[in-house]
Design a binder for this molecule. Structure first.
Ligand code: FAD
Length: 279
């Protein structure tokens, strides 16, 4: 399979300053050369970054690229979600990343509205039919709050049965976990594309912090090497590029339908990996 047949997408988070916004425009311009299927922008649960996400989506559309806003439903009422989707539709958005989002601590039991992402997918499909291509999240290494790997797989299946068109995974550094997850999904008769989420490695402390929070496992051999590099960022970056490029090669050769990069609003590492892959 050639690179041109694969889906390629790049994720950003909303910026808070005009400088950040201007930098993001440049970053996206550099990444546009790879003809992404879309650029996505995250959104804080409970609408906490709504304005920033809207701004980024407006910018992306004005650059002539398809834009995919992330929509975490937790803490939002269905009527608010429908209003926001209507606004996105009028702006020309055709892609939504439908999520539950992380429940702010202490709010769990008292929250009304939608509880899980499958309910959001159902709402989008009921209200908007096929106006939006709906992406959902998948967890090859199991979502940290899931009761078991099986219940998490069931939750994923519920999202697909509710109408999800494709999925993007949490990042991981173990290709076997991804392949097994896809095999399990296929064994249940679902042929939805499951695109691996790729997190370039550029900083040891940042990666450890994120991975602890989202339940992504850093294999021991990678963790030990990153720790041994200490403050030597050049070595961390060089090692990270090798590891992540090799992971992408493995995933592509084993049939992954595309790659979704968590850019962290930076272009250097993602560009280098795309170059090395010959995308
Ligand atoms: P769900 O699929 O609803 O699952 C959440 C948990 O509940 C899982 O443990 C699942 O096993 C369990 N579950 C699901 N259904 C049921 C049920 N019926 N009964 C019991 N248990 C159930 N977060 C943000 O806040 N903003 C973002 O922009 C954002 N973007 C993301 C993008 C990607 C590609 C990924 C992978 C994650 C993203 N996240 C984002 C993080 C995500 O919101 C969190 O991981 C969140 O905790 C789960 O969201 P979900 O959509 O996977 O939830």
């Amino acid at each position: 399979m050639t690179g041109s047949q694969k889906k390629l997408s790049f994720e950003f988070f909303p910026t808070r300053t005009p400088e950040g916004r201007a930098k993001q425009v440049i970053t996206r311009k550099q990444l546009s050369q790879y003809n992404p299927e879309f650029f996505s922008c995250t959104s804080g649960a409970g609408g906490s970054t709504k304005e920033g996400t809207l701004q980024a989506i407006t910018d992306i559309l004005s650059e002539g690229v398809a834009a995919a806003p992330h929509l975490p439903c937790v803490g939002m009422q269905p009527v608010e979600i429908i209003e926001l989707l209507q606004q996105y539709k009028e702006m020309g958005v055709r892609h939504i990343v439908a999520l539950r989002g992380d429940i702010p601590s202490g709010m769990g039991s008292g929250m009304s509205g939608l509880r899980y992402a499958n309910e959001l997918v159902e709402l989008i499909k009921t209200e908007f039919g096929s106006d939006f291509h709906v992406e959902v999240a998948a967890y090859p290494e199991t979502h940290p709050q899931a009761k078991s790997p099986r219940s998490d797989l069931d939750a994923f299946v519920a999202k697909v049965r509710a109408g999800a068109d494709s999925a993007i995974t949490q990042y991981f550094y173990n290709a076997d976990a991804y392949m097994r997850f896809v095999d399990e999904v296929r064994a249940l008769g679902l042929d939805v594309p499951v695109v691996p989420g790729i997190m370039p490695i550029t900083s040891s402390t940042q990666l450890m912090r994120f991975s602890d929070a989202c339940g992504a496992e850093i294999p021991r051999w990678i963790r030990l090497r990153l720790q041994a590099f200490g403050d030597d960022t050049a070595s961390i970056r060089a090692f990270g590029l090798d590891v992540v490029t090799h992971l992408c090669e493995q995933l592509r050769s084993q049939g992954a339908p595309g790659l979704h990069f968590y850019t962290m609003n930076q272009s250097v590492a993602t560009l280098e990996i795309c170059d090395r892959l010959g995308l």
